[in-house]
Write a protein that binds this ligand. Structure first.
Ligand code: AMP
Length: 184
């Protein structure tokens, strides 16, 4: 696909996201405007267009695996990985993966959280694209990228559907390149 066709695919994915992501005020707590992706998941044509746009953006990165961040990142990482012809790597919350794991703990507004990958699931030299639905403060993405680095892989980018630009996640994730189909 040419560069201009790829820009067109991203532009139509952005338009689709505008009409297929629902704002839910005060969920899961007061003051948060939750971005609900369920209308997108319910529309196969729209969903396919978004997956194609994510895969096109990644096509030149030389990716060897696509990592999805639990849980909503899984919906997007798996079909993008299939389209790129590479494996899927689940980055899971604490305690979900069997066997030995590598872990990274990070701070939340209240308390902390941990992300994990299975030991051996990542090999030295892996070039990994990380996918999630929403980039907010960037804390989760930084933890995921750090975890992959600890495992010997190279995180080559973060791809999200939506970027909440006012929260400065992109700066926090830097120097990892971020591509967002719809910055809001
Ligand atoms: P953060 O670590 O602050 O960048 O938060 C990113 C994670 O929290 C992602 O896995 C998102 O799914 C989720 N998230 C954060 N804010 C929102 C929001 N306003 N709507 C939907 N999901 C969100």
């Amino acid at each position: 696909m040419t560069a201009s066709a790829s820009r067109n695919a991203s532009a139509s994915a952005s338009e689709i996201l505008r009409s297929h992501i629902r704002d839910v005020a005060d969920f899961p707590k007061p003051g948060v405007m939750f971005k609900d992706i369920n209308p997108l998941l319910a529309d196969p044509t729209a969903f396919r267009t978004v997956i194609a746009a994510l895969a096109e953006q990644a096509a030149t990165l030389g990716v060897t695996k696509v990592a999805g961040i639990e849980a909503r990142g899984f919906f997007f990482a798996a079909p993008v990985a299939l389209q790129l012809g590479v494996g899927v790597l689940p980055i899971r919350k604490s305690g979900k993966l069997p066997g030995r794991t590598l872990r990274e703990t990070y701070a939340l507004e209240y308390g902390e959280a941990t992300v994990e990958v299975q030991e051996g699931a990542v090999t030295a030299g892996d070039r990994i694209l990380v996918i999630d639905d929403v980039l907010a403060t960037g804390g989760t993405a930084v933890a995921a990228a750090t975890l992959l680095g600890t495992a010997g892989a190279e995180p080559v980018g973060l791809a999200v559907l939506l970027e909440l630009t006012f929260l400065g996640g992109r700066q926090r994730v830097s120097p990892l390149p971020v591509s967002a189909l719809l910055p809001v």
